[in-house]
Write a protein that binds this ligand. Structure first.
Ligand code: HXC
Length: 519
C-alpha cells in the first residue's frame, strides 16, 4: 500500500471520528458551555481516571428515515459509551449528548446503552449513566419505546449484581426517568437537572396547573420531597466527583467485598466526648451525626438522602478500613420517630448494603413509629413493614447500638436481636420497653391515677416507677436481648472488634424465586 493510500485510509477514520466528536456541532456545544454545562465527552473526562476511557460504537448511526431523518445522521447518535477506570477499577459508562437530537433515545442509541449494560454485567463492573435527554426520539415512534424497555430490563436484571449509578445532568423526561429510577443511586446538580414523567407544558394542558420545571422536577424537590435523588451537588463537576466518592465505598459486584482503605485512626480509639453526647433529659434532642463522626474512621462519611426524611440518617463510612452502611435514628428531627419516609429511606439503604456486602451498623434512638392519621392513611403499615423486611432478610454482619430510646415496634425493627442482629449493644442511657413511660402509665395505671387523692402526684410516681423498671438497658440485658452494655467512649473499639469477628459470617435465606417485600 502506498504512503498516500495509507494516509487516505487514516484520514477517513479521522474524519468520521471528528464528526462523532463534534456531536450536534460547535455552536450547540458552545451554547451548552455558556450555560455552564459540559459536553458529554468533557463529563466523561472529568469522571474517569485520566486517559482510561475507551469508546465503543463511536460510529453507530440511527436507521430512521421518517420526517427527513435519513439526511440527519450523526456518528454516535447522541450518546457516548464505553469503559474506563475510576480509582483504577473498571467501570462502564454512557453519557448522553444533548446537542444531538436533544439526547433523545433512538433504537441505535438504546442499543449502544444496552451493549455496555450487558458487558458491565458480564464482567462484574459498575455502570454509570450520565443522563441528559429529551426522552424517546419522537421521529422513531414505537421503536424508541422498545429501546427504553430493553434498558429497563437490563437495569432490573443487573440490580443487586453490579452497582448502577445515574447522574442527571440536564433534562430527563418521559421514559428517560425510569432507568435512573431503577438504579441504585441518583445524583443531581442543583441547577439544570430536571426529572419528570411529563413536563410543565403537558401538565398545563391536561390539568390546567401552572408549575415550573424546578418545582416539578428540580434537584431541590427530588432531594427533599420525593426522595428520588440520593445526592445533590452544587454543579455538574460536583455531581461527577460525588460519583467517584460513592464508588470508593462500593465493590465492583455482589461477589466482591467493598474496597479496603488503610487508616491511621486507631481501632481502639476511645472518645470520652461520647459519654456526654446523650442529654440526661430523655426528651432533649441531639444530633446523632455527632456520634457517627466520632465512631468511624477519620471522621469521614458520605450521607445518602441527606435532605430527605431527616429523622433517619443513612451514611456510608469505613470502620477499620472496611466500608459499612450506618443507619441511625436522628433525635434532632421529629425526635427520631419512624415515619413513612424514614422507613422507605432506610429499607432501601439496608437492602442496598445487603446486596453489596456492606455490614450494617445501626444506632438506635427512637420513641417509635410516628402516630398520626396522615401516617395511617398514607400506609405506614406497609411502608414500615418494608423496614422490618429489609432488616430481617439482610444476611450481612449487623451490629446494633441502642443509644437511648428503643420503644415498641421501633425496638424490634431497628436491627434487634430478633431481626438476626449479630451483636446487639446498649449504652447505659438506653431505654427499652413496650412504650414510653408517659403513654404506658396512662394505660396500665389509669384507674389508680384517677382514683388517687392527688392524681398528678400519683401519675408522677407511676412514671418514676415505670422509668426505674424499664427506662434502662438492664432489663433487656437480663434476658440477653442485648449482648453487652458498653461505655459510649468504647463504641468504636467494640464495633470494629465485632465487625472483625463477623468478617467470615455465613448466613442465608431459604431458597426461593424472590421474596415479596411489601411495596
Ligand atoms: C426528538 C428531540 C426530543 C425528542 C428534544 N428534541 N426532545 N428530538 N425527540 N424527544 C430536540 C429538539 O427538537 C431540538 O432539536 C433539540 O432536541 C433541543 O430541544 P429544545 O426543545 O430546543 O431544548 P430545550 O428548550 O432545552 O428543551 C428541552 C426539553 C424539550 C425540555 C427536553 O425538548 C422537551 O420537552 N422535549 C420533549 C420531552 C418529552 O416530552 N419527552 C417524552 C418523549 S415520550 P433542534 O434540531 O431544534 O436542535 C417518552 C415516552 C417513553 O419518552 C415512555 C417509556 C416508559
Amino acid at each position: 500500500m502506498s504512503f498516500s493510500e495509507r494516509e487516505r485510509i487514516l484520514a477517513r477514520l479521522e474524519a468520521l471520528e471528528r464528526r462523532a466528536e463534534d456531536g450536534g456541532g460547535a455552536d450547540k456545544a458552545a451554547a451548552r458551555r455558556a450555560e455552564g454545562r459540559r459536553t458529554a465527552r468533557d463529563r466523561l473526562a472529568r469522571l474517569l481516571d485520566a486517559g482510561t476511557f475507551v469508546e465503543m460504537d463511536k460510529l453507530v448511526v440511527h436507521q430512521c428515515t421518517n420526517f427527513g431523518m435519513g439526511d440527519k445522521r450523526v456518528p454516535g447518535d447522541g450518546v457516548v459509551t464505553g469503559f474506563g477506570r475510576i480509582d483504577g477499577r473498571v467501570v462502564f459508562v454512557y453519557a448522553q449528548d444533548f446537542t444531538v437530537f436533544g439526547g433523545s433515545l433512538s433504537a441505535a442509541h438504546a442499543h449502544k446503552i444496552t451493549k455496555v449494560q450487558d458487558m458491565a454485567l458480564k464482567v462484574g463492573a459498575p455502570i454509570i449513566g450520565l443522563n441528559d435527554s429529551g426522552g424517546a426520539r419522537i421521529q422513531e415512534g414505537v421503536v424508541s419505546l422498545g429501546g427504553y424497555a430493553d434498558i429497563f430490563l437490563r437495569n432490573t436484571l443487573a440490580s443487586g449484581v453490579i452497582p448502577q449509578i445515574s447522574a442527571i445532568l440536564g433534562p430527563c423526561a418521559g421514559g428517560a426517568v425510569y432507568s435512573p429510577g431503577i438504579t441504585d443511586f441518583i445524583v443531581m446538580a442543583e441547577s439544570g437537572s430536571h426529572m419528570f414523567i411529563t413536563g410543565p407544558e403537558v401538565i398545563r394542558a391536561v390539568t390546567s396547573t401552572e408549575v415550573t420545571k424546578e418545582e416539578l422536577g428540580g434537584a431541590a424537590m427530588h432531594a427533599r420531597r420525593s426522595g428520588v435523588a440520593h445526592f445533590v451537588a452544587p454543579d455538574e463537576d460536583g455531581a461527577l466527583d460525588a460519583i467517584r466518592e460513592l464508588l470508593s465505598y462500593l465493590p465492583s459486584n455482589n461477589d466482591e467485598d467493598p474496597p479496603f482503605v488503610a487508616t491511621q485512626d486507631p481501632l481502639d480509639r476511645a472518645d470520652p466526648e461520647l459519654d456526654d453526647l446523650v442529654p440526661t433529659e430523655s426528651n432533649q434532642p441531639y444530633d446523632i451525626r455527632d456520634a457517627i463522626v466520632r465512631i468511624v474512621d477519620d471522621g469521614r462519611m458520605l450521607e445518602v438522602h441527606e435532605q430527605y426524611a431527616e429523622n433517619i440518617v443513612c451514611v456510608l463510612a469505613r470502620m477499620a478500613g472496611r466500608p459499612v452502611g450506618i443507619v441511625a435514628n436522628q433525635p434532632a428531627v421529629l425526635a427520631g420517630c419512624l415515619d413513612i419516609g424514614a422507613s422507605v429511606k432506610a429499607a432501601r439503604f439496608v437492602r442496598f448494603c445487603d446486596c453489596f456486602n456492606l455490614p450494617v451498623v445501626t444506632l438506635v434512638d427512637t420513641p417509635g413509629f410516628l402516630p398520626g392519621t396522615d401516617q395511617e392513611l398514607g400506609g405506614i403499615i406497609k411502608h414500615g413493614a418494608k423496614l422490618v423486611y429489609a432488616y430481617a432478610e439482610a444476611t450481612v454482619p449487623k451490629v446494633t447500638v441502642i443509644c437511648r430510646k428503643a420503644y415498641g415496634g421501633a425496638y424490634i425493627v431497628m436491627s434487634s436481636r430478633h431481626m438476626r442482629g449479630d451483636l446487639n449493644l446498649a449504652w447505659p442511657t438506653a431505654e427499652v420497653a413496650v412504650m414510653g413511660p408517659e403513654g404506658a402509665v396512662n394505660i396500665v395505671f389509669r384507674k389508680e391515677i384517677q382514683s388517687a387523692e392527688d392524681p398528678a402526684a400519683a401519675r408522677e410516681q407511676a412514671v418514676a416507677s415505670y422509668r426505674e423498671r424499664f427506662a434502662n438497658p438492664y432489663t433487656v440485658a437480663e434476658v440477653g436481648f442485648v449482648d453487652a452494655v458498653i461505655r459510649p467512649r468504647d463504641t468504636r473499639r467494640v464495633i470494629t472488634s465485632a465487625l472483625a469477628m463477623l468478617s467470615n459470617k455465613r448466613d442465608a435465606n431459604p431458597p426461593r424465586k424472590h421474596g415479596n417485600i411489601p411495596l
